[in-house]
Design a protein around this ligand. Sequence first.
Ligand code: RIB
Length: 336
Amino acid sequence: MATSSIKEVARRAGVSIGTVSNVLNRPDLVAPATRQRVLDAITTLGYVRNDSARQLRAGQSRTVAVVVLDVANPFFTDVVRGAEAALDNSGAMVIVCNSDENPVRERRHLDQLEEQRVRGILITPVDNGSNERLEQLIRNGIPVVLVDRGSRTRNRCSVAVDDVLGGRLAVTHLIETGHRLIAFVGGPTSIAQVADRHAGAAAVAAERRDVKLSVLEMPALTTAFGRMAGEKIADLPAGRRPTAVFCANDLLALGVLQEMTRRGLAVPGDVAIVGYDDIEYAAAAAVPLSSVAQPRELLGRTAAELLYGEINDGENHRHRQVVFEPELVVRDSSAR
Ligand code: RIB
């Protein structure tokens, strides 16, 4: 049955549309008998309030959008979980948009979110190309907080991790466990996190004349491309094959681990592996994966709290650029 309108409810209950609206929004203003007549009419007609239309008329919805790079990556699942926990009592509804590391998809999501007049946006941008669009959203009254990405300007809140330090931690560990031929398996360097992790890794390698860091840049940070990188590494002759691999995230690392195992190469005996994020599956892998841990839920929670503050503090809001430190978790895949 088609959902009835507020007009039909008013007619059936014999009251004005304003009275029906009061029953829905300010029931304390309506006499109990009248309120009951309206509620009976709502039940009989199966009326459902069109909240999004009401919110649009009011100029802003109660929806907060989280725009993530890869919805299949458990890293972002944990980030969203943290954001939801922070917004649980705010009455906001959290929706997730997946840019799939694609700037065109990201732009389309941002345009639709603006049309829907969302209350705010948490975003891990695909690249720096979206800066102007994000500035426009902010000018149009939609607060934006960067998640897992530092803001270059102080006129925006951001929550990030020191990914250069993360890259340094990973390669320092591999050097300390005896490795001199190391491969960095990354993704598009347009993703700032990947570029920073590589920069940290390369800086540590450059400090040692006896260390060589090779780079494999994969089209995306997925397990499938991790397997592909693993193939390339395993195909190298033993004398030229890296004895250690540092991957820009755990999905790549799990793919490398899968391929090494399939090819009969021992991990860490023949090839040590370190990932990044420390998602739940890192510890659960067939060979528990060493990883540079990010505070995933804390990233989401902190970003949501900054956004909530910006929404409620208005002019009094002071933007903050929060940076957390990563932590290396050593497991079997790279243990000495
Ligand atoms: O989406 C790619 C990576 O960027 C994730 O694995 C996480 O590390 C984020 O920083």
